[in-house]
Design a protein around this ligand. Structure first.
Ligand code: ATP
Ligand code: MG
Length: 1043
């Protein structure tokens, strides 16, 4: 904030100390001398005309001010325009910029600066740029036709202008509407010393090509024209010729067609030429003075240009037709009257042309009715005027300013004070002058000065400015703001400045004395009907269209509204318009009367500051608060600055606002809480809030929105992709399965077809010739098989198991089957045989089997033993009790009982012995003795040895450790050696679970009393067939046995 530091004086008069007229002027002067032409009073901008081009405008300054808030940079018109535009765009509030000030104070320049700023910062685009161009180009056209050089301003606007620029919701311009007020048309026919007519006349003469001039029947020289002031034809620094080109191109940009431009120029030329119509005295036959046109050529040309008969025109100019109930009475006009009529026509044509131009511009820049618009109004209207001789024009102008002051008071001062009271904010009352009384004095519908004037104009009988004044004197004799010679006299005041035909009004800005002369006339603003009718008859299309009331069909006896009434109603419309908008004030001040740079006339500025009520303005500002807003909108705007109110606030609006400002730690003096609004004292604070909102929070929030949006976009995209992917895969899978199914179906059909084909072929094969052989073969094969099997049934061999005969297979092919059948039959036979066997036979056969395992193919006597059943008892043990005793204590049945020979190991002689084999013992006894000689436990038998010959010799090897074993092994001879050893083997197995080792050998040794005798068996000639054997001891330890 550069409010104080580095600034010249104070930039905001609110900070002025001490606050008085003198210091205020000094501050303005000091700043002006430092080329600081702008100063604030709060949000009101004071602009002092620099009368020089300062380097503070242009694109770089626009760029600078658009990025900063109001108080951040030096006071500038761009700052104000920026605030208004941003408020319009961002807060959706229609704006109006009221530019007021004296003539030459810089209002029009200010309005152009505002427009150029807005044009530079608002949207871009082809359409928008063309609208902007049209809006900007309306200025040179309106200035050419409505501005003129005056003694106070070389480019003085001689009309009031209010321009509504309309924007769309984005803040891009759509178009606009221009309203013009009260063109100073008297200037067309007469200008003051040192002043000029409207610029367009000079521009046309200086800038038009020779052809154009010729076509318009004009001379280049300005002095040829009576309406153009001959003394001043040029203005310093103003190039009329080039301005004319600029006007032409501006008209083209706005949308005027070639013909329209041409016609406008023709009408302009006509006005000039009308001024040159000289009227001369003439006398009618009856001696009454009349008038006529002196130079016939001029009127001829005018008639041609207008498309009128010049005589008709002359008649209209020099006579007047009065309509009475019965007839039309034509009266001739004298020279003065005729001149008046001519001038009235010229003024009317010009002012109507001006209105037409404004309407034509409006047509080009107008916005469609359907569109929702935001509006920025710029009012550039003549300021308060106090001249030497003030007439009707000054009266209405000052009335307008009085109304504007009222707007200002209503909208700032009064409204402000009332609002503080309403809101219950403590506040020191500031006295301000309420100009409602003065407005009322002028505009009151029944008792206002304007109403009185209208009444006088309409009143039948003798009416003059004097009767009008008398009426005012009568009505306002007691009015505090009204004075005249009469009221002064009544109060016995002497005032030499007050003329007899004058009245004075105490305006808010000062007292102004008005001369009533011409009031009635100017208010009537009548154009004789003859003139308007003749104009309507003109074939010139534009001219004709300017006088619609000349159309006899439309002619009405009703008077048109008076100038005063018209102005009043247009001021009322303007006021209504302004009240509906947010006002922004630019107060323009003229620093000197000489249009000189660097000159600052304190007296002149003092008067203007008084008119503008600047001091009062500062006082109210200082006492009050710069800014206020309802709690709800304030909260809506700034709640994002506090964590407690953002993003959601559920409490009341006021509490929310308190929370926000509380967190921002703003000084309590800066704030006041009203009933419905918060008040902020200095703009600094507001801009601080705005700054925080814009720079800090909005960026964050924008990022958040961006983030959320991007997230949403990606999510949506992802979902879409996912959906598509699912769809694609579903279709793909479906398609794949369909194809697979198709394949499977095709394959199944193929297989089915094959199977069916195969089955069909199989079924039908029998019908095939090629299959007949097989069928026959099968048949034959089956029948021979049947025959073979039936034959076999009848020729089965005997069921004797020893009978191994079996019929041979009749064919080779049955060989394997025949062998199988034979095997089956044999096994069946055996089974039958086995089933028939008794237990005993089974036991015998087991023994025989065991004998076969032990001796088959090992001992020569074995084959002989096979057919002979094992008897076991060969000594008649069963029937002999004597022999029974031999068994002794041995348990179980006697397995073998026979007589064996024992070979004496000592000498080789043999002796008989009875051998009994029981389940556990081998018992040897002497044949003569009935007592057992040797009892050998089967567990003591370690093995037996036999020869392979047919003999019955065997050796019984005993365990050395057993009691009988100590005597040595036994060498015995049995006639039933196979049976004996087989049964002994089985008995040992049963008793000891061990297999008895049976050794078949010819050389073995037998133990004999601690030593052993080697037994060697040889075969004798008998080969052991007789069972005899001879033993011969060949040494002490050798025994040869011959069998
Ligand atoms: N900001 C400015 N910078 C430079 N010159 C300026 C500025 N403002 C005004 N002027 C000068 O002052 C002259 C008068 O200004 P302008 O025409 O705007 O006055 P005005 O208030 O519109 O007067 P009027 O009421 O007569 O129309 C301009 O022609 C211009 O030379
Ligand atoms: Mg102006």
């Amino acid at each position: 904030m550069t409010l104080l530091e580095g600034s010249v004086g104070v930039e905001d008069l609110v900070l002025l100390e001490p606050l008085e007229q003198g210091s205020l002027l000094k501050n303005l002067q000091q700043r002006y001398e430092h080329k600081e032409i702008y100063t604030y009073i709060g949000n009101v901008l004071i602009s002092v005309n620099p009368y020089q081009q300062l380097p503070i405008y242009g694109p770089e300054f626009i760029a600078k001010y658009r990025d900063y808030t109001f108080y951040e940079l030096q006071p500038h018109i761009y700052a104000l325009a920026n605030v208004a535009y941003q408020s319009l765009r961002d807060r959706d509030r229609d704006q109006c910029i009221l530019i007021t000030g004296e003539s030459g104070a810089g209002k029009t320049e200010a309005s152009k600066l505002v427009m150029s700023y807005v044009a530079a910062v608002c949207g871009k685009g082809e359409q928008v740029n063309s609208v902007k161009e049209q809006l900007l180009q309306s200025n040179p056209v309106l200035e050419a036709f409505g501005n003129a050089k005056t003694i106070r301003n070389n480019n003085s606007s001689r009309f009031g202008k209010y321009m509504d620029i309309e924007f769309d919701f984005k803040g891009s311009p759509l178009g606009g509407v221009i309203t013009n007020y009260l063109l100073e048309k008297s200037r067309v026919v007469k200008q003051l010393e040192g002043e000029r007519n409207f610029h367009i006349f000079y521009q046309l003469l200086a800038g038009a090509e020779a052809d154009l001039l010729k076509a318009l029947k004009l001379e280049r020289e300005t002095r040829c024209y009576v309406y153009l002031n001959r003394k001043v034809s040029r203005v310093d620094g103003m190039d009329d010729a080039s301005n004319f080109k600029a006007v032409q191109s501006a008209m083209a940009v706005i949308g005027f067609s070639e013909e329209e431009i041409q016609q406008v120029l023709e009408v302009t030329a006509l006005v000039l030429k009308l001024g040159n119509v000289e009227l001369a005295d003439e006398f009618q036959a009856n001696g009454v003075s009349a008038s006529g046109i002196r130079d016939g050529r001029g009127i001829q040309e005018i008639g041609e240009m207008m498309g009128l008969n010049s005589e008709e025109l002359e008649k209209a100019l020099c006579s007047r037709t009065m309509k009475t109930a019965k007839e039309n009475v034509v009266t001739a006009l004298n020279v003065v009257q005729a001149q008046y009529a001519r001038d009235a026509l010229a003024k009317n044509i010009y002012s109507r042309l001006f209105n037409w131009i404004v309407n034509r511009i409006n047509e080009s820049i107008k916005v469609g009715t359907g569109e929702k618009k935001k509006v920025m109004g710029v009012l550039d209207i003549y300021g308060f005027e106090i001249l030497e001789d003030n007439s009707f024009e000054q009266f209405v102008i000052n009335y307008c300013n009085e109304k504007l002051q009222q707007v200002f008071i209503e909208m700032t001062l009064k409204e402000e004070q009332e609002e503080y009271e309403r809101e219950g904010i403590p506040w020191t009352k500031v006295d301000y002058s309420d100009n409602g009384v003065i407005c009322n004095l002028i505009e009151h519908n029944q008792r206002g000065i304007l109403a009185m004037l209208d009444e006088e104009c309409l009143r039948p009988g003798v009416v003059s400015d004097t009767t009008f004044l008398a009426k005012l004197n009568h009505l306002f004799s007691k009015h505090t703001h009204y004075e005249s010679k009469v009221t002064q006299n009544a109060q016995r005041q002497y005032d030499h400045t007050m003329g007899l035909s004058s009245f004075r009004i105490c305006h808010y800005a000062g007292k102004v004395t008005y001369n009533v002369n011409g009031f009635i006339d100017k208010n009537n603003d009548l154009l004789f009907r003859d003139l308007s009718q003749v104009m309507w008859k003109a074939r010139h299309p534009l001219l004709q269209s300017l006088f619609p009331e000349g159309d006899p069909k439309q002619a009405s006896l009703k008077r048109p509204p008076t100038a005063g009434a018209q102005f009043k109603s247009s001021v009322a419309i303007l006021m209504k318009n302004l009240y509906s908008k947010n006002p922004n004030y630019i107060r323009c001040i003229k620093p000197n009367e000489h249009q000189q740079r660097g000159q600052f006339s304190s007296e002149l500025v003092a008067i203007q500051t008084r008119y503008l009520g600047l001091l009062e303005n500062v006082r109210v500002r200082r006492a009050g608060y710069a800014y206020r807003q309802g709690y709800r909108p304030f909260l809506e705007r700034y709640r994002l600055l506090s964590r407690s109110t953002w993003p959601r606030w559920n409490g009341g609006d006021r509490e929310g606002v308190e929370k926000v400002v509380g967190e921002l730690s703003l000084s309590s003096e800066e704030l006041a809480f009203g009933k419905t609004k918060i008040f902020i004292r200095s703009p600094k604070t507001l801009f601080h809030l705005e700054e925080r909102r814009r720079r800090l929070r909005l960026q964050q929030l924008a990022t958040l929105i961006q983030k959320t949006y991007r997230g949403w976009r990606c999510r949506t995209h992802y979902r879409l992709m996912r959906k598509s992917q699912i769809l694609i895969s579903a279709w793909f899978r479906g398609n794949m399965q369909k194809k697979r199914y198709g394949k499977i179906k095709a394959s199944s059909l193929l297989i089915q077809a094959f199977v069916r084909g195969w089955k069909a072929r199989k079924d039908y094969r029998k019908y095939f010739r090629s299959g007949a052989a097989l069928t026959l073969a099968n048949f034959i094969y089956k029948s021979i098989t049947r025959k073979f099997l039936l034959g076999l049934k009848d020729n089965l061999p005997s069921t004797n198991i020893l009978d191994k005969t079996w019929p041979a297979a009749p064919y080779k092919c049955f060989h394997t089957a025949n062998q199988e059948l034979w095997q089956l039959f044999y096994r069946w036979k055996c089974k039958k045989f086995r089933d028939r066997l008794s237990l005993k036979q089974v036991e015998n056969l087991r023994e025989k089997l065991c004998a076969s395992e032990l001796f088959k193919d090992k001992k020569a006597s074995y084959p002989q033993s096979v057919p002979i059943p094992f008897r076991g008892d060969y000594i008649g043990l069963q029937g002999n009790p004597k022999l029974q005793k031999l068994k002794g204590g041995a348990e179980g049945p006697v397995l073998v009982a026979e007589t064996v020979k024992k070979v004496n190991r000592g000498n080789g002689k043999t002796s008989s012995r009875i051998l009994l084999l029981t389940k556990e013992h081998v018992i040897l006894t002497d044949t003569k003795k009935s007592q057992a000689k040797t009892v050998i436990g089967l567990d003591s038998v370690a093995g037996v040895s036999v020869t392979s010959f047919k003999d019955g010799l065997f050796s019984l090897h005993l365990n050395e450790i057993s009691s009988v074993g100590s005597k040595g092994d036994f060498l015995l001879v049995s006639e039933h050696v196979i049976e004996l050893l087989t049964k002994m083997y089985r008995a040992v197995l049963d008793a000891t679970q061990k297999q008895l080792p049976v050794t078949v050998t010819e050389d073995f040794s037998v133990r004999f009393k601690e030593s052993s005798v080697a037994v060697k068996v040889t075969q004798g000639p008998e080969r052991g067939r007789n069972g005899k054997l001879s033993c011969k001891k060949t040494g002490s330890r050798c025994l040869d046995v011959t069998v």
